[in-house]
Design a protein around this ligand. Structure first.
Ligand code: UD1
Length: 363
């Protein structure tokens, strides 16, 4: 049984790695890995393949960046001939990036079964491109694997038949638990002269936060205050870097003597940075989950989350982008314990094995 597995953007790599490893114990499955090329920089792509031991993709579509329409269309046009040639029994997509929906659409139109890993997550915010990608991918998938109970409930509410939906845990957490020890060997804290539990990690890349200078400027006001108290390390996404350079906000960053801008970090360095942080500030989806398993306090700089279990169970707080809300939440975190929250059910490092077992039964 041939399964084409699709990756495209940075957060996909941690999700596909444990599946590629689990297929090794399922000789009935012949996995083929396709990289769309949505992310292509060494530090956004190749580094993750090496660190996570992901096999080289058999095919790289090399689509690169573009507007949503252009990128999605290019992925579809490039993926269709691959499917026609490979004739797989199924296509497996992960997460919520443009590569996910683009390859999903091509698969179902050619009558190939579609498997979605990390299904059912909903922020309720349709201005997020990822929310549209999630809704559409789930609507056309044949097997849907969820990380948390809210995902299962969302799919039931949208009328997805229960027999297609499986709560299996979190493949990204499989990768984190597998690499947790190895990440301790990363020299990143010494390189940046940081002391364990005496710094914050920041990531920002959502269009809603970094494309609008007014919102980005508001976030910088909060960061200006926080960095006076606690050093902040900021691995900067290329999109954020580009926006910063194009606006007059770069000068404000330069003036913050305790905020350290660094290149996008590799997986192991970033895991070590998170694991030893006093707190993480982020607008990422996946980092809300990673800080939950590490029990590191996380302030999510968005108005909503598609991963509610991280706030109900885990160490996450949804604080939005307004400094008036961020600063009181920051002070509360600093007056609380450095490690907090509980681990969600099934986030135990074995999600990929559960998925492969179900694929063998159902496909
Ligand atoms: C994409 C995903 C987002 C995910 C994020 C993680 C969509 C709609 N968005 O957003 O869900 O959280 O990846 O990083 O799929 N660029 C580079 N080098 C690269 C890749 C991108 O310089 O290797 C720059 C380009 O200027 C590009 C911009 O980043 O135009 C945005 O890249 P794109 O893939 O369109 O979206 P992300 O913002 O990375």
């Amino acid at each position: 049984m041939k399964i084409i597995n699709v990756v495209g953007a940075r957060p996909n790599f941690m999700k596909i790695a444990p599946l590629m490893a689990a297929y090794k114990n399922a000789p009935a499955i012949q996995p083929v890995l396709v990289h769309t090329g949505q992310h292509y920089d060494e530090r956004m792509s190749d580094l993750f393949f090496r660190q996570l031991g992901i096999p080289q993709p058999q095919v790289n579509l090399g689509v690169g960046s573009g507007s949503h329409a252009a990128q999605t269309a290019q992925i579809m046009t490039a993926f269709e001939p691959i499917l026609l040639e490979q004739k797989p029994q199924a296509v497996l997509v992960v997460g919520d990036v443009n590569s996910t929906i683009a390859c999903g659409l091509v698969a179902v139109k050619l009558g190939v079964k579609l498997v979605h890993v990390e299904a059912g997550l909903r922020s309720g915010d349709r201005t997020m491109p990822e929310e549209i990608n999630r809704l559409l991918t789930d609507a056309i998938s044949d097997l849907l694997f969820c990380t948390e109970p809210a995902g299962v409930e969302n799919l039931a509410r949208e009328g997805v038949p229960a027999e297609k939906v499986f709560l299996v845990g979190n493949v990204m957490i499989d990768t984190l638990l597998k690499n947790r020890q190895q990440a301790e060997d990363s020299p990143i804290l010494e390189q940046l002269s940081l002391q364990s539990e005496r710094y914050a990690v920041l990531t920002l890349h959502r269009p809603a936060n970094v494309d609008d200078p007014a919102v980005f400027g508001g976030l910088l006001s909060a960061l200006e205050a926080i960095q006076k108290d606690l050093p902040i390390v900021f691995p900067i996404h290329p999109r954020t870097m580009r926006n910063l350079s194009a606006s007059n906000l770069a000068g404000r960053i330069e003036k913050m003597s305790n905020l350290r801008l660094i290149e996008p970090a590799g997986y192991l360095d970033f895991l070590k940075l998170m694991a030893h942080a006093r707190l993480v500030l982020t607008d990422s989806g996946g980092i809300q989950e990673e800080t939950t398993i590490l029990r590191v306090p996380c302030l999510t700089l968005r108005e909503n989350t598609e991963r509610p279990i991280t706030a109900q169970f885990g160490s996450n707080r949804i604080v939005g982008a307004d400094p008036e809300n961020i600063l009181p939440a920051y002070r509360q975190v600093m007056s609380g314990p450095p490690r907090t929250g509980q681990i969600p059910p099934l986030w135990d490092g074995h999600a990929a094995q559960r998925i492969v077992k179900i694929l063998l039964e159902k496909l």
